[in-house]
Design a protein around this ligand. Structure first.
Ligand SMILES: NC(=O)c1ccc[n+]([C@@H]2O[C@H](COP(=O)([O-])OP(=O)(O)OC[C@H]3O[C@@H](n4cnc5c(N)ncnc54)[C@H](O)[C@@H]3O)[C@@H](O)[C@H]2O)c1
Length: 366
């Protein structure tokens, strides 16, 4: 199969859909890979690296789309790319169709087969191509939180690890899923005292089993949240209700009972946030302050660490890319139920029920 890797042209996107290691594997399996010149630069991979791995470098994005049977990228195609997508071409990337009717219509019109990273789903209900980004965001949340706790950044002036003779900082983690677990692990590693809350007892049992004793689990309810926000320096929001807006666990009035300089990193901002006062921010302007409480709520946290994010993402996408390339999309999706769940659009037809429901359309195939 001929596989194309275009450069991402969405604003502020430095990740790339395939690393030289991925090219090497595909070429070893007798496929041809076209990579657009400088596609990997933002993540620290240069044209020479791709050439050495066996890729052919093309100068323009149009050539990459025109010559490839399958396009592997990171973000959904943006308007400039709509006209480049061809009938029968496989596009394997994050799409998030439900958030854009324009994109959905454009991909339906193109006649392409759109397989969305975010809906590839294992039999246990986990989303293997979303997990690595949550891992990145969870770990990064502590790094960012620690920074904004510093006085020059308007924080409480607390060092998370403390020092001999001074108690460590206190981190409250809301949600013990992927983000929450990784955040708790990082905070614990720094020596902070960690309290982690969830409504899922299985998750709390797991955390209790695997974390050191300075990570304390508690059931998530308003009483406990009100109690802990008064004594914790850094609060991480890592709550998710699948397919719904995140619940407002910290309401506007609660900010008043927090100590000045407390930092909230609401990772769940992409689902509306679990703090009432959360609104999306950017890496250029990541924080704002309400009632002396610092809010950090960047909607694409992994974008700040493109090297780590690209490698983490492509580690998990490559096995699927290989399946698609070796078997063709139809057989690969027929034989792999996880990949089958990724089918969102097939040559002009919606193949994922929830997208049709979002737009109140009737056509669903597959
Ligand atoms: N901002 C970013 O850049 C970025 C990056 C990656 C993920 N995210 C977002 O982070 C959020 C968390 O993702 P995840 O992968 O950890 O999800 P997850 O499903 O692994 O974990 C969510 C957890 O929240 C828990 N939860 C639900 N209701 C709760 C409540 N009332 N109190 C406490 N816990 C509750 C669930 O039981 C679950 O354990 C999602 O909204 C995701 O989209 C954001």
């Amino acid at each position: 199969m001929i596989i194309g890797v275009p450069k991402e042209i969405k604003n502020n996107e430095s990740r790339v859909g395939m690393t030289p290691a991925g090219v090497f594997e595909l070429v070893k399996n007798h496929h041809k890979v076209y990579v657009q010149s400088t596609a990997g630069e933002g993540s620290g991979f240069f044209d020479e690296d791709y050439l050495e791995a066996g890729a052919t470098i093309l100068q323009s994005i149009a050539e990459v789309y025109e010559r490839s049977d399958m396009i592997v990228k990171v973000k959904e195609p943006i308007e400039e790319e709509y006209g480049l997508v061809r009938q029968g071409q496989v596009i394997f990337t994050y799409f998030h169709f439900a958030s854009s009717v324009t994109l959905t219509r454009a991909m339906l019109k193109s006649g392409a087969i759109c397989i969305a990273y975010e809906t590839v789903e294992d039999t246990d209900g986990t989303l293997p191509l979303l997990t690595p980004m949550s891992e990145v965001a969870g770990r990064m949340a502590i790094q960012q939180g620690a920074k904004y706790l510093e006085k020059p950044k308007k924080g409480r002036g607390v060092l998370l690890g403390g020092v001999p003779g001074v108690a460590p900082g206190r981190v409250l983690v809301l949600g013990a899923g992927v983000v929450g677990t990784q955040a708790a692990k990082m905070a614990a590693g720094l020596g902070a005292h960690v309290t982690i809350l969830d409504i899922n007892m299985k998750r709390l049992r797991y955390i209790n089993d695997v974390m050191p004793s300075h990570v304390v689990t508690e059931y998530s309810n308003e009483f406990n949240i009100r109690k802990h926000i008064q004594t914790h320096d850094l609060i991480i929001g890592g709550v998710l209700l699948k397919g719904a807006k995140a619940p407002n666990l910290i309401t506007r009035d609660m900010l008043k009972i927090m100590r000045p300089g407390t930092v909230i990193v609401d990772v769940a901002v992409d689902q509306g946030g679990c703090v009432e006062t959360t609104r999306p921010t950017t890496h250029e302007d990541p924080i704002y302050i309400i009632d002396d409480v610092i809010h950090y709520s960047v909607a694409n946290m992994p974008g700040a660490v493109p090297y780590t994010s690209t490698v983490a993402l492509t580690n998990v996408t490559l096995p699927y890319v290989l399946e698609l390339a070796n078997k063709g999309w139809y057989k690969a999706c027929e034989e792999d139920l996880a990949l089958h769940k990724g089918l969102n659009i097939i040559e002009g037809e919606i193949a994922y029920k929830e997208i049709a429901e979002t737009f109140k359309w009737e056509t669903v195939v597959a």
